[in-house]
Design a protein around this ligand. Structure first.
Ligand code: ZN
Length: 204
């Protein structure tokens, strides 16, 4: 489990505090949002001012709450553009960002600016897309973060540790919103076996 860092005098005094960036990433169904909510709730106990933002495009469950797959939830603000977060988060100590892979690339600069101002920034998102390609801008966020945590799911084919998000349809679009009807967490082996089957089916 990730142990929250205690840089400088952050938990004693708000003066001379330093900011930092944490990234929580993994496949779908790996518990990213649960981990984000856990860290945010711990920060709330220490009376830090917490704000959570998510892209306005992700409306799968609820318009103003970040809801994890196990239905734990926490209030959040949907924003259209990454730059909106700079203004909205001006007076908070901790900034949570969920589903960061759906934000424009400006989110990288926004995270850096917030951390430079002394805020703790916690970002959750998919590390790879359904083609197992790095899911921009998460790869750049991982590069600028002090701490990166990879969460793992359970392979829905064989029960091994899963790091891949396998999509059950044949579309080539990078972003198709869906849940267990459309996506499976898979291990490396089962992911590639599935992709090979798809390629063979497309050729025949
Ligand atoms: Zn497997």
């Amino acid at each position: 489990m990730f142990i929250e860092p205690n840089f400088g005098s952050r938990h004693i005094s708000r003066k001379n505090e330093t900011g930092w960036i944490e990234v929580i990433c993994g496949s779908m169904f790996s518990g990213k949002t649960e981990e984000l909510i856990r860290r945010l709730n711990r920060a709330k106990i220490s009376n830090l001012k917490v704000e959570i933002f998510k892209p306005a495009t992700d409306k799968r469950y609820h318009i103003t709450n970040v809801v994890s797959h196990d239905r734990k939830e926490i209030r959040s603000t949907p924003v259209e553009f990454a730059n909106d977060i700079l203004l909205l988060a001006a007076d908070c100590d901790l900034v949570g960002i969920d589903e960061a892979q759906f934000f424009d690339h400006a989110i990288v600069d926004v995270a850096v600016k917030l951390a430079n101002k002394g805020k703790r920034v916690i970002i959750a998102g998919l590390d790879m897309d359904f083609m197992a390609r790095p899911f921009a801008p998460m790869n750049d966020l991982m590069a600028v973060a002090e701490f990166v945590t990879k969460t793992h799911a359970i392979c829905m084919s064989c029960g091994s540790t899963a790091s891949y998000t396998y999509r059950l349809d044949d579309s080539n679009k990078q972003v198709v919103l869906g849940e267990k009807d459309l996506y499976q967490a898979r291990c490396r082996r089962c992911y590639h076996m599935g992709m090979e089957t798809k390629i063979k089916a497309a050729k025949s």
